[in-house]
Design a protein around this ligand. Structure first.
Ligand code: SF4
Length: 164
């Protein structure tokens, strides 16, 4: 029976975290072979402007939150890691972030990679016996925050601006 994935304030098993890291490394190598250009405008995370909603798996959200157990600030539909039109959490960003480029020339190849690696993530989740869900990324991150606030009320209201 799958264990419920605790996505807030709990460390993932080291082997599981390593498998996710290796999966992302493999994906990065594959993407580097595609002709997808990033102009660095930061438009891809401007969800309000692009009318875009990013989804991620519970495992990916847990992996991000492992590095960020602190309360995260709600800023409408925007990702709490998007600062000055830049991603401040590139190492742990989920598949949807990694495979989304404004340059649409490689769209089909990136979509195929997304589906392949999403399946692999799901296999990892099953292998470690964790429950799997797929949900809006920002909402998942913030729900974890609410859980943390309930668990550690002394942190309620603390600043989340890691760039300070
Ligand atoms: S994790 Fe980074 S790339 Fe993904 S939505 Fe947040 S700021 Fe954008």
């Amino acid at each position: 029976m799958a264990r419920a994935l605790k996505a807030s304030g709990h460390r993932l098993p080291a082997d599981l975290a390593r498998d996710i890291e290796q999966l992302y490394e493999g994906l990065s190598k594959e993407i580097s072979h595609l002709e997808a250009t990033c102009l660095g405008r930061g438009d891809c995370c401007d969800f309000d402007r692009r009318d875009h909603r990013l989804y991620a798996s519970s495992l990916e959200i847990a992996y991000v939150r492992e590095a960020h157990p602190e309360p995260l600030e709600r800023r409408g539909s925007l990702c709490p890691f998007w600062r000055d039109r830049r991603c401040t959490e590139r190492d742990r960003r989920p598949l949807g972030c990694r495979t989304y480029f404004c340059d649409r020339r490689a769209r089909d190849s990136l979509q195929a990679l997304y589906e392949e690696y999403h399946g692999r993530l799901r296999e990892i989740s099953c292998r470690y016996g964790y429950a799997w869900s797929y949900e809006p990324f920002v909402e998942g991150l913030l729900r974890s925050t609410e859980t943390i606030r309930a668990e550690r009320p002394e942190q309620a209201g603390a600043s989340s601006d890691r760039k300070g």
